[in-house]
Design a protein around this ligand. Structure first.
Ligand code: SF4
Ligand code: SF4
Length: 409
């Protein structure tokens, strides 16, 4: 694609980065076939190629409008288009740049600004856990849309005794929304790791990975969270006190693995973030070399499951084959279903900011999954798990919870 960047963009870091990405696009349109929003809406402007073109126009000096912003908002940032693109267009990086440029130039209506502020404050507030528990108490009387957002409580079980006794130690994420929504996922992760001789710790002064702020028009606040996490984790990793940051929510894992990119123009943290990258592991990556040990300790087989690979696992981190291999090695009877490459519509806070599209994608996903009549639907991201559970009676859980149950149940 030929570009003619505006003067204000030509000599900036992000302008050069965007230009390089844009020039790789050859307009072939292969990405349209795998874009969920194009599949549903059928509008070129809600396709990857259309969004790329709109971002190019902004970089070339056109004034974006509220309509431009809506087309970018409707993108799930699933990056399915990146997996499909034969030219290696890094759409995810481009849409981040495009969204920032547009939000700098277009003021959202007051209700959208308010919703974004409330979501950011609420989800990262220390009171979120309490409010979520209150939501559970009043869940039976809530309207169906809100009810679907609140996962039913499930017992978290005990924590391992003295996890510090193990020679091998890893870090897990602290102050994430996941423990408030489904604490059973972190507890199960700690018990499974404990069973194979790995202790778990949480670093002081670490917090949310930054994804919530980043995707709600607060990219600089997100970068501050990234810097804080780099500061909290790197000394523990480089001094050998822990060997990895193990992440059991692929949305957080995908974001953390992008820290080096998001901080690339920071004179201090670019290099520090790059040093962190080799230590960041999805729970599947960390457990893969220990699969035989885990399997040998299982008291029963995990059973008939449909595995929904979140976009942040398959398209962001490229870990779908590794995870499916691991689950098969662990004895999961995985049921294949159609359109497993498509987003379930969860996409972080997308299910709140774009409820109609989100529910439509969820129902399409569940319809495809239900053809296999699974006993359980397993996944690897808390957002997808809660979102899918809102539309089905079939239990939806993290696969690590199923492994834990097979080990200890
Ligand atoms: S598949 Fe890649 S090169 Fe083709 S239109 Fe989409 S982004 Fe551009
Ligand atoms: S990230 Fe997903 S929703 Fe956005 S353009 Fe690409 S395929 Fe479509």
């Amino acid at each position: 694609m030929q570009t003619q960047l505006a003067d204000w963009a030509r000599d900036t870091d992000v302008g050069r980065e965007a230009d390089e990405i844009l020039r790789r696009c050859v307009h072939c349109g292969f990405c349209l076939a795998t874009c969920p929003t194009y599949q549903i809406l059928g509008d070129e402007l809600d396709s990857p190629r259309g969004r790329i073109y709109q971002i190019k126009q902004v970089l070339e000096g056109a004034q974006p409008t509220y309509v431009t912003q809506q087309h970018l908002d409707r993108c799930l940032t699933c990056r399915n288009c990146e997996t499909t693109c034969p030219s290696g267009v890094e759409y995810g990086k481009l849409v981040d740049i495009g969204r920032q440029l547009v939000s700098d130039r277009v003021e959202r209506p007051w209700n959208q600004r308010l919703l974004r502020v409330v979501l950011r404050r609420l989800l990262m507030s220390p009171a979120f856990g309490t409010l979520y528990r209150i939501g559970r108490w009043v869940r039976p009387v809530l309207p169906a849309m809100l009810k679907a957002k609140i996962a039913a409580a499930r017992p978290a079980g005990p924590l391992p005794d003295q996890p510090g006794r193990h020679a091998r130690q890893v870090l897990m994420l602290a102050n994430c929304v996941q423990p408030a929504m489904l604490p059973s996922i972190d507890f199960a992760t700690q018990r499974v790791l404990d069973a194979v001789g790995v202790g778990t710790r949480f670093a002081a002064r670490s917090g949310c990975c930054g994804a919530i702020n980043f995707h709600l028009d607060a990219q600089e606040a997100a970068r501050d969270q990234m810097r804080a996490n780099v500061d909290a984790w790197l000394p523990l990793l480089e001094s050998g006190q822990v060997e990895a940051v193990v992440v059991n929510a692929s949305g957080c894992g995908g974001m953390i693995k992008d820290y080096a990119h998001h901080l690339q123009y920071d004179p201090v943290y670019a290099e520090r973030a790059a040093r962190l990258m080799p230590y960041v592991k999805d729970i599947a990556e960390f457990l893969a070399p220990l699969a035989a040990d885990v399997r040998a300790k299982m008291r029963r087989a995990p059973g008939r499951c449909a595995f929904h690979p979140p976009c942040t696992l398959q398209h962001w981190q490229g870990l779908r084959p590794l995870t499916e291999r691991l689950l098969t090695e662990l004895g999961f009877d995985l049921q294949a279903f159609g359109e497993s490459h498509l987003c379930c519509g969860s996409a972080g806070t997308y299910s709140i900011t774009q409820p109609a599209l989100s529910v439509s994608l969820r129902d399409r996903k569940l319809q495809a999954i239900q053809t296999t009549l699974p006993d359980t639907i397993v996944s690897s991201n808390v957002g997808c798990i809660c979102h899918l559970q809102g539309g089905t009676q079939t239990p939806v859980r993290h696969w690590i919870e199923t492994v834990d149950e097979a080990l200890h149940g």
